[in-house]
Design a protein around this ligand. Structure first.
Ligand code: GAL
Length: 424
């Protein structure tokens, strides 16, 4: 995926050209139950800051579909760490839910190629959705012009959260704009017995890593990491990995999911947390903090003016037992009302182009203006499904485990590079 600005994403360019169309292996034998008034929706939005947006959609669904049982099949675990395995087992055993959550990009492409998803192009056409979403985003949910999922939001991965009051208390005038400045601030913080950053479960470490690479390498080289144009083994990438190790050295590194990890910033144990903007939903919602007062957020160091994006989307799996209500769910997800109910709670901006801007205030007001600014450069997230297919991503995760213990940057880079060659 080449560096793209928002205008290009709105047009067509965020290419899925790497997606070859492979023969689909279709499920068979799934039991469809057209008369049963039920819908089962699968996601990983069960924790605070995740569940509230989903609950708002569910409440609306129940209102407009009286008598239809809604089964919320959310599996706990940020970024779908547990959910994806459960889903994959269900799909392989031909026990699909009626709709499941999926990220736009190469993650979606894998499921399309696996033959798991119904083609939703007809639904897009009959509801006039094609012109309602950025063309480049629809392309990330399509193969050969056929569209397979409905995007519900746009999230930003490259954000750094902090408590403005605590930063001031520690004598830090402004959040770090580069990772070099961050490491200098870490010294000041160390003298005060405060860790510079909190990070938790492995996926949150990889989330940090993608944004350190972005901040250190810049957008062109960052994009090249995912399409073979940037050599992972090159001196600049290895140096960025060394910087990442230095960042870990000044961090409190735990194993918790993202909510307890960002709580360390609120408690004053750590100064910063790098997380996607679902954290803004959590801080304003579950934690009832005010933007710019109880919490504040900037682009992660070195990535001002860049939107490292991801988009949650919902699907219609092949052999979904309750297709009618699954389609009703997808229609709600795609509607302006659904998007404007969900996103202000979720901490994301709408995927739709015609949403009600007045609903997006505080952090989200800033996010929407950044997303819609034609100067903003859009890149894609590794951890959240955009730029790497599932097999390469899982190799990166394995190599990261070795890197985390052995701390050998060159070895990690070589493993990721070899895994790209084997999985591209
Ligand atoms: C992402 C997902 C977000 C949020 C986050 C943390 O993968 O796209 O919506 O849920 O994980 O769980």
């Amino acid at each position: 995926m080449a560096a793209i600005n928002r205008r290009q994403l709105l047009a067509a360019g965020a290419g899925m050209s790497a997606l070859a169309v492979l023969p689909a292996c279709s499920n068979s034998g799934g039991e469809t139950k057209p008369d049963e008034k039920k819908v089962e929706v699968f996601s990983w939005w069960s924790g605070p800051g995740e569940a509230e947006g989903l609950d708002a959609l569910i409440a609306n669904f129940k209102q407009s579909n009286a008598g239809v049982e809604f089964v919320n099949a959310a599996v706990a675990g940020g970024s779908g760490t547990q959910a994806k395995q459960v889903l994959s087992d269900r799909m392989r055993n031909n026990q699909p839910p009626d709709s499941y959550q999926l990220h736009a990009g190469l993650e979606a492409a894998d499921d399309i190629k696996a033959g798991w998803l119904e083609d939703l192009t007809g639904l897009y056409e009959s509801n006039g959705w094609k012109s309602k979403f950025p063309a480049g985003l629809i392309e990330k949910l399509s193969i050969s012009g056929k569209i397979y999922a409905v995007p519900v939001n746009i999230h930003r991965s490259n954000l750094m959260f902090f408590s403005p009051k605590k930063l001031a208390e520690w004598g830090i005038a402004a959040p770090a704009k580069t990772w070099t400045e961050f490491l200098a601030q870490a010294e000041t913080l160390k003298a005060k017995n405060v860790k510079a950053l909190s990070v938790g479960a492995t996926w949150t470490q990889l989330h940090l890593l993608e944004n350190v690479l972005l901040g250190e390498l810049g957008t062109a080289k960052y994009n090249g990491l995912w399409d073979g144009k940037t050599d992972w083994k090159g001196a600049d990438v290895v140096a960025a990995l060394d910087t990442f190790k230095k960042i870990l050295d000044v961090s409190v590194v735990g194993t918790d999911d993202w909510q307890p990890t960002i709580d360390k910033v609120l408690a004053g144990t750590a100064a910063y947390n790098v997380m996607g903007d679902w954290a803004a939903g959590y801080l304003q919602g579950a934690k009832a903090l005010k933007y710019k007062d109880g919490y504040d957020v900037v682009a992660s160091p070195g990535s001002t003016g860049v939107y490292n994006f991801l988009a949650d989307s919902f699907t219609l799996p092949k052999n979904a037992p309750h297709k009618t209500y699954a389609e009703a769910w997808l229609k709600l997800c795609a509607s302006p009302a659904g998007q404007d109910l969900f996103n202000p709670k979720k901490g994301s901006v709408p995927a739709r182009l015609d949403s009600d801007k007045s609903k997006y205030t505080d952090y989200l007001g800033w996010a929407l203006s950044q997303w819609q600014d034609t100067k903003t450069v859009v890149v894609g997230s590794l951890v959240h499904g955009v730029v790497a297919n599932n097999s390469w991503k899982s190799e990166i995760e394995k190599a990261y485990g070795v890197f985390f213990t052995g701390k050998d940057s060159a070895k990690f880079a070589a493993s990721v590079s070899a895994a790209y060659a084997a999985n591209k």
